[in-house]
Write a protein that binds this ligand. Structure first.
Ligand SMILES: [Zn+2]
Length: 330
């Protein structure tokens, strides 16, 4: 039996560390964390909208009275599913890497809300955004709430008597990814440096920074690893992410060198031992980013990438449906 259950809500990791999990970990269903000691609290990430974040804060306050007034919040990276609830803890000091803080202004909630409102006019990209996120989350009341304290390489904090290390490892998933390490509890909150049982999204790269981030976690004395999406894991989950990144890097390189177009390569790479992972349409973004690293000059904007993911997502669904029907025919 798994050590940790993958159920929605607050999970007590012991010694004042908590994880908030949101199955199934797909688009927008992110995890968060709370570190508490001696009346002080550090919240690790908020959620994709205000309702979800308010529910989480309510449960945290029921378990940890000191969380009534959250002293500090760290955003592990700039994506909305880790930051759009920030306004509900706006009296807290909001900490992020400098690169994360800069990136948070690039895709504000207002833009996502406008895209969701007009999704029918936005082609395949609009339809996909609506299907996987827009129809599930509410962005029209989210006010961009930016960090109030930034740092570059690392920042050491004390939460009560507990030492916490914030370590910048980006650009990797995004431009400013940060790991939150609690050495005394052998615990790390990875943000989206770790997706468990789901494909990661290589928005920024370079991929080698992401591999190095995995190596950093593997070098720490940690037992409990809270990913940005998916169930709580340990170093095995970190090793699997590293294996995936090295695998797709090598496979994409071979196809780039052979002159295969990017979206064809995304479909051509066998998913191999990662075939059970969710959100395989992210291969589109991953291969596009790798091609860019390899020297491709093809400019792909976010709408084109979402449109292509939508198309691939539909193909994968049709294939899965066909396989299902086929099995029943026997
Ligand atoms: Zn995320």
């Amino acid at each position: 039996m798994a050590k940790w259950q993958y159920t929605k809500g607050l999970h007590d990791l012991g010694n004042g560390c908590f994880a908030w999990l949101q199955p199934d970990g797909s688009w927008g269903w992110s995890n968060a964390g709370l570190i508490a000691d001696r009346e002080q609290t550090l919240l690790v990430d908020t959620l994709f909208d205000l309702k979800l974040t308010a529910e989480m804060l309510g449960q945290m306050r029921a378990a940890v009275p000191a969380a009534e007034s959250i002293g500090r919040l760290v955003n592990t990276h700039a994506n909305g599913d880790h930051t759009f609830g920030n306004q509900l803890v706006k009296d807290a000091e909001i900490i992020a890497s400098r690169a994360c803080a800069e990136e948070m202004s690039e895709l504000p909630a207002e833009r996502l809300a406008a895209m969701e409102q007009n999704w029918r006019q936005l082609g395949e990209a609009g339809a996909f955004l609506h299907e996987v996120m827009g129809s599930k989350f509410k962005w029209d009341d989210v006010k961009n709430t930016l960090p109030t304290r930034v740092f570059d390489d690392e920042l050491r904090l004390e939460v009560g008597d507990k030492a916490v290390l914030l370590k910048t490892v980006g650009p990797a998933h995004t431009k400013g990814d940060v790991l939150v390490h609690v050495p005394v509890d052998r615990t790390v909150f990875t943000g989206d440096i770790l997706f468990v049982e789901g494909h990661p999204v290589l928005w920024a790269g370079p991929v080698d920074n992401w591999v190095a981030a995995c190596d950093q976690i593997l070098a720490w004395n940690v037992e409990t690893v809270v990913p940005g999406h998916g169930p709580i894991t340990d170093k095995k989950g970190v090793q699997a992410m590293k294996d995936y990144l090295l695998y797709i890097k090598a496979e994409a390189r071979r196809r780039y060198d052979a002159g295969m177009p990017v979206f064809q390569a995304a479909r051509d790479i066998a998913l191999d031992r990662f075939a059970g992972w969710g959100d395989a349409e992210r291969m589109v973004v991953n291969v596009a980013s790798l091609y860019r690293e390899f020297g491709s000059r093809q400019e792909l904007d976010i709408m084109e990438l979402f449109g292509q993911m939508g198309r691939f997502h539909a193909e994968l669904k049709a294939k899965a449906g066909h396989g299902h029907a086929h099995r029943h025919a026997h």
